[in-house]
Design a protein around this ligand. Sequence first.
Ligand SMILES: [Zn+2]
Length: 272
Amino acid sequence: MSEKISLRNRFIQTILRIGKEMTWYFDSHIHLSDPVYDPDIDILLKQMKNLQIKACCVSMNYKNSLQTLDLAKKSDLILPFIGIHPECANEEIENISELIENNHKTISGIGEIGLDPTYVKNDSDTKNQNQVFEKLLSFAEKYNKPVSIHSRKSLDDIFQIMTSYNTKHSLLHWFDGSKKQLKKAMDMGFFVSYGPVLIYANDKQTLLSKTDESQILVETDGPVRFSRCFEMKSGQISFIPSVIFCASKILGKSFDDMASLLEKNSNSFLGI
Ligand SMILES: [Zn+2]
């Protein structure tokens, strides 16, 4: 066999992972219950099975949380997270509270929750965001669930609030802070996740190289769209192997070692 062919076979084996102990890949934050994915959802679930990918499927609000719970009934590769995104923090909290109470045995976590001044118009919006965030954090604590946190332009406030909560199973998704904030996140025990942007953004690559190995996760945050090499394509779960590959190169690990590390970290985040 020529070297070229054997290399190609090795590549195919790595992608399909034929004949070895299967490592599960995890997308730690994706909105698979977003209606954008509806027309292709059966194909996507098949793809997840073939690629051996599990997904933490996060929700935006009450209605979307119901969609997430429905989707999770279709496949055990969907790990349902329900909650209220800071963009939707003016919604009533009662419905989602009841939904969590009634489904705490089946949900994998609480999210997407957090703070984001981008969506705030006045003081009452700020107050609502804080109240909803803290209420949902207290549910996570009550039922011992991991949380997926949105922290755009709000990291310092989130650090402050989280001093009163357990951070052992808390993810600062799409981590976008400074090196100093990363250090703080590491010291407080947060997981941080990196997505497709890692492939083309030097600042994210630097942050990854400074992240404690045991606190790294990967995600796509689909259906967010990505520029550069992704040509404004909407985030797909099938991007995950590329993100893992990129992380492995930055950290000087083999692809398989990186995938195993991420599997271990994902299980630890999820408490399973
Ligand atoms: Zn998100």
